[in-house]
Write a protein that binds this ligand. Structure first.
Ligand code: CTP
Length: 401
């Protein structure tokens, strides 16, 4: 019996698609590990598998309709969504992805998902063109942005005879994904990992009304903090001025200047993980003028701000076990980022190209390369939330091997 899966409560929604029959194997695999499974069968799914075969394997009633319960004691869709640890939708069609992405509640499956406060995992299956269609990609990205997880689709020959990306992942792969989901979180929780993330710009005051800053939105750092917290890491986000809301599940400290960010960073040490995503203003005025400077005085002297990333990396007494920096470059991306990593002694550096206006600073999208000791891993253009999840996952796997 696998200790991470034992007694886990799973709602499996079976959607329409030829691969629906494969979920019977998935039920068998999960039942072997003593998972409790309740199955919701969509109208389309019913064309491919029978409630009887599902009920005999899952040893549970099959839920089909939101209004099929005449019995008062029967579990309703809200209690059903609270009962489980995760909701797994396999296979999920382009139509159901679209329905969920637009927040519809028009059948039991979509209502359950809309009402759920649990992790939702999707296993898409459809024709390759439908999968690659911009609207499906937009919808799935939207759901990933909401924190849904997705496995597949796999590449291969499809039921329609075409070849490409669109097959549902195999029952074994989905089973492994679910197992990893529970084991990763369990291990992280037991390790009681602590992380600190810096994000956003800093503001350096010249006089009471003037300051220097930059146009960092803080989005990437906020998303990384959110992702780490979701994995069960106790995460503190130290943010410079940003319009973004405090992410859920994260301890939040708001600062204005680099000095304040540095002070708060020192205060929360020791941590296991430090991610410096802030665009700290490199310089501050040598002297803060408490009275507004008159316009005829144009001369200002600047001094460097303390480098928080470098401070953490070189901190012999309380060095986090993993220090991750960011490098925003317009040219020679990998070379300059590597130089920055060496100069600042951090373990990894996340390089992003800010010359492309579609990614970087104020955009919802990013494209990064994670440069570690002896590896460069590129994450293609995607939502910052998606990139954050990948970075967080890589960080976590560093601690749970
Ligand atoms: N950083 C920091 N404290 C500072 C300055 C930068 O922690 N005072 C961190 C950032 O959070 C980021 C990395 O250092 O992780 C970025 O390095 P930086 O030298 O600021 O990059 P640039 O300003 O782009 O440097 P350069 O102009 O030399 O390219």
């Amino acid at each position: 019996m696998n200790k991470y899966l034992n007694k886990k409560k799973i709602i499996l929604i079976i959607g329409g698609g030829i691969s629906a029959y494969k979920t019977l194997d998935l039920i068998r695999l999960l039942k072997k590990q003593n998972c409790q499974i309740k199955v919701v069968l969509t109208k389309a799914g019913k064309n491919f598998v029978t409630p009887l075969s599902i009920a005999s394997l899952s040893k549970s009633k099959v839920y089909e309709d939101i209004f099929d319960s005449n019995n008062e004691s029967e579990i309703d869709h809200i209690s059903l969504s609270r009962w489980c640890d995760i909701i797994l939708f396999a296979p999920i069609t382009a139509n159901s992805i679209s329905k969920i992405a637009s927040g519809k509640a028009e059948d039991l499956a979509s209502t359950l998902i809309l009402a759920s406060n649990k992790q939702i995992i999707l296993a898409p299956a459809m024709n390759v063109r439908m999968w690659l269609h911009k609207s499906t990609q937009n919808n799935i990205n939207k759901l990933l942005d909401y924190g849904y997880l997705s496995i597949g689709p796999a590449t291969g020959e499809m039921a329609c005879g075409e070849y490409g990306e669109g097959k549902m992942s195999s029952p074994e792969e989905i089973y492994k994904f679910v197992l990893n989901y529970f084991s990763d979180r369990n291990i992280v929780k037991n390790k009681k990992l602590k992380a600190l993330v810096t994000a956003g710009p800093t503001k350096e005051y010249i006089d009471p009304v003037r300051f220097i800053t930059n146009n960092s939105s803080g989005k990437q750092g906020y998303e990384i903090a959110k992702s780490l917290a979701k994995f069960g890491v106790k995460t503190t986000l130290i943010s410079g001025p940003s319009k973004l809301k405090k992410p859920e599940g994260v301890d939040f400290i708001k600062v204005e200047t680099a000095d304040e960010m540095f002070y708060q960073t020192k205060k929360i040490l020791p941590v296991d993980i430090a991610v410096c995503a802030a665009a700290v203003t490199d310089f501050k005025p040598k002297k803060f003028e408490s009275k507004k400077i008159k316009t005829n005085n144009l001369s200002l002297d600047f001094i460097r701000n303390i480098d928080i990333l470098e401070f953490l990396s070189k901190n012999n007494l309380q060095r986090p076990r993993l220090v991750v920096g960011f490098a925003a470059e317009t040219n020679n991306l990998i070379k300059f980022a590597k130089d920055k990593k060496n100069k600042k002694y951090c373990d990894w550096i996340v390089a992003n190209n800010i010359s492309d206006p579609e990614i970087g600073f104020d955009s919802d999208y990013n494209e990064v390369s994670i440069i570690s000791e002896n590896k460069i891993e590129k994450i293609e253009k995607n939502l910052k939330s998606f990139i954050a999840n990948k970075i967080a996952k890589k960080i976590i796997s560093n601690f749970i091997q």
